[in-house]
Design a protein around this ligand. Structure first.
Ligand code: NG1
Ligand code: ZN
Length: 531
């Protein structure tokens, strides 16, 4: 009867049903905001069903991340704080796409398939949204749906996507991960950060200048500063008061165009950081003191820095844990070489898309995963955490070794293990640089990036391109890979691959080589062969 009422209301509000065919992908449902109304109303039933099936709290975040301000989207956070499990991606798509007359049947078939009528669990849905003007209206539709269904919810207001992931995990872990509130998030991170920074002797406070992409991260960092402002200075720019969301600023813009964003005063040698619109991606950058050259420190750099620091600590503790850095084909070849050869840590490749990296990272005691674009974090297995804890409690340790072990435990607490998190990643990088007494220059000197180029190619049907070997080889159309191989062989340290984008109607071409000119000409030549 409840479902009946919901379906009737759905039909009254959206007599034409969904305005287009949606597909729940890596980015959730993402569209022009005005096309999402029906989807947001139906998101209530999707979340309610998934919550019951998983017998846990589900999160819903209304955001379109680094997309332009006219877009919006909705993503579900599964019970362990991770992305929605694949099986339910199709359930979500089916419900979002059902015609008015099919909706009831589609919902009921899910109810029957998972025997949801037999489950006596009254879920609570955790909700957050970003700063887009359309988010309020979409949120209202979602709430209407939840109320009609009698599903309880907590609206946390404006939060970063990773903060909501943290809250869902905390809620479902009976608070063993943290308190399931924004305050609980700030408290956990700031406690670990303060403890780690207290081990550093320095006469000045670190300063970072933040480009917040005019997104939701700006306000959240200001809230965070209430907890750590006395030991770290974060100057917030692109806070949304003047500029437009993600326009000429933010992590995606800076990574793709490799120039400084608008809206941030540039001081050569200063330390800069850019978030994306929902603060789950982060890149660092600066302009060199001599000559003002723009230098980008992307996700590969962050992964390398974290891997180095963690490995140092494991060596001090003489703890053998199996560790891997997870990358995609977009990782700069120099970072892969540095991690494998200098750090002596194995690198594992996966397809593009955070869910693939995250799943792979779970196979290790310590899995460090980062996309080059700045989305990533570190996952520590329960075994790893227990072994480090047991080690620190050993009575016969020297002070140095014990404090190294404690630092590692604090580092684990400072890490948002649910998903890539700009705020958490920013603090971890600051801790490492402070511990090493390193400048951004020192960090940049770990290795030299190979010049690279990314080109978007519009084709009639991008799905004719099929790839293998974690997208590094092209198997369809016939002959394309041979052509790419030939072109790659014409430049030194060349590497190139093509793949259909999962989020845009284009084919992406990546090329890298020893010089900027070679990377550029290789990219162009490969792009031409895709037509
Ligand atoms: P596609 O469009 O499939 O390349 C892009 C990013 C991914 C990931 C997703 C989700 C690149 C090259 N690709 O995927 O890394 O972040 O968007 O937003 O950056
Ligand atoms: Zn994002």
């Amino acid at each position: 009867a409840i479902i009946e009422g919901f379906v009737t209301e759905d039909r009254a509000r959206f007599p034409n049903g969904p305005p287009k065919k949606f597909s729940y992908g890596t980015a959730g449902f993402r569209e022009r905001a005005n096309l999402l109304e029906c989807v947001l109303f139906r998101a209530s039933v999707i979340a309610g069903l998934r919550s019951r099936a998983a017998r846990g709290s589900i999160g819903i975040v209304i955001t379109a991340s680094h997309n332009p301000v006219e877009d919006n989207g909705v993503k579900f956070v599964d019970t362990r704080g991770e992305m929605l499990i694949p099986e339910w991606e199709s359930v979500a798509s089916e419900i979002a796409n059902a015609t008015n007359s099919d909706l009831k049947e589609v919902i009921m078939s899910t109810v029957n398939k998972y025997s949801l009528n037999d489950i006596n669990y009254n879920p609570v849905i955790q909700i957050a949204r970003d700063t887009r003007p359309s988010s309020d209206g979409l949120l209202a539709l979602l709430k209407d749906g939840l109320q009609l269904l009698g599903v309880r919810y907590t609206d946390h207001g404006l939060l970063t996507t990773p903060q909501l992931h943290f809250i869902v995990k905390s809620h479902n872990s009976q608070c063993s991960y943290g308190q399931p509130t924004p305050l609980g998030y700030y408290q956990k991170l700031s406690k670990a950060f303060r403890s780690l920074m207290s081990q550093v002797v320095s006469d000045s406070k670190p300063v970072m200048k933040l480009d917040a992409a005019n997104g939701v991260g700006a306000g959240r960092v200001i809230e965070l500063l209430e907890h750590i402002g006395d030991i770290m200075n974060i100057e917030v720019y692109n806070d949304g008061t003047n500029g437009e969301l993600n326009y000429m600023c933010g992590a995606d813009f800076v990574k793709a165009s490799q120039v400084a964003p608008n809206g941030v005063p540039i001081v050569p040698g200063g330390c800069y950081v850019s978030f994306d619109g929902d603060a789950d991606r982060i890149v660092f950058w600066y302009c060199s003191k001599d000559g003002g050259k723009f230098v980008l420190l992307d996700g590969d750099r962050i992964a390398s820095l974290m891997a180095m620091f963690i490995k140092d600590h494991l060596l001090t503790l003489s703890l053998k844990l199996n560790m891997s850095v997870i990358q995609t084909a977009y990782a700069n070849g120099s970072s892969t070489t540095y991690i494998q050869e200098t750090l002596d840590i194995p690198v594992t490749f996966t397809e593009t898309g955070v869910k693939y990296l995250q799943r792979k990272a779970q196979e290790f005691d310590i899995g460090i995963f980062f996309e080059a674009n700045g989305h990533g974090t570190v996952l520590y297995s329960d075994t790893a955490v227990e072994r480090i804890k047991a080690f620190v409690h050993n009575e016969k340790l020297s002070d140095d070794v014990r404090s190294s072990g404690k630092a590692l435990l604090d580092l684990i607490d400072l890490t948002n293990q649910t998903t890539g998190d700009s705020i958490s990643d920013m603090l971890i990088v600051q801790v490492i640089l402070s511990h090493k007494k390193w400048s951004f220059d020192d960090w940049a000197n770990l290795y030299t990036d190979l010049p690279n180029e990314q080109i978007k190619v519009k084709v009639k049907d991008r799905q004719v391109i099929k790839t293998a070997d974690e997208e590094r080889k092209c198997v369809k159309p016939d002959g394309l890979q041979d052509l790419i191989d030939k072109l790659v062989n014409t430049v030194s340290k060349g590497r190139s691959f093509v793949r259909p984008s999962g989020t845009e109607d284009i084919v992406r071409v990546y090329a890298e080589a020893e010089t900027k000119e070679e990377a550029h000409s290789l990219g162009i030549a490969v792009a031409q062969s895709v037509f």
